[in-house]
Design a protein around this ligand. Sequence first.
Ligand code: UDP
Length: 238
Amino acid sequence: MLGVPFAALSRDEAIARIGAMVRGTGAHQLVLANAHTLNLAAADPAYRDILRAASLVLRDGVGVAIAARLRGRSLAYNFVGTDFMPLLLARIADPQLGVFLFGAAPGVAAAAGEALRRASPAIAIVGATDGYGDFDAVARQVQASGADVLLVALGNPLQERWIAAHLAELNVRLAVGVGALLDFLAGRVPRAPHWIRALRCEWLYRFCLEPGRLWRRYLVGNAKFLWRVARRARMERR
Ligand code: UDP
């Protein structure tokens, strides 16, 4: 989609695929991409190339599902990081498997790690650091921690760029950008109630909490995204 290849996997297929990456060799970047991610990629070829080079790109959000349908494809499962990442970690949890949390305001990553461990005691958190210090120092910290899995919460596009720039030296099996996940886990940002999520309107809830920051991303961004996808589909039909 817009030059970024998505994997059409069910939730369990994705967990199996990622589990194999974590237990295997090599270093993999996982991307959970939403309409905002793809808008950024459409405007920045270098960022798009980072997404293209990722081991796995999964759909996050309704916008990408609608766009897939416009192109006659189906990306049925919605890999919302806030739900999927804790579930994934719980399913692959193993005291031998180290998890490092990087990003968000000071104190948030450590609190998020506590929340993850309360939910799944088998998760081994081997490091946590905020996203407002020396980013190069964090790369060294991750490497020294012996982490296998790295969650990077810096928002798009910073998190994917940082992972791509450092993946080779981090010595992790899997690195994934998780946006505001650590804020949610630490209870700093409330999740939408279940009924709003069931209506697939969590984005609207987040927009109402932070309209000043998010109006451009959601209202302008979603329209722009669907226009881009429709235009691309028209061009390909010609
Ligand atoms: N962030 C950070 N360092 C930065 C910029 C952002 O740690 O230099 C964090 C920010 O505190 C927040 C997360 O990145 O925890 C991204 O939040 P956002 O709501 O933008 O993520 P989204 O889910 O919308 O991608």
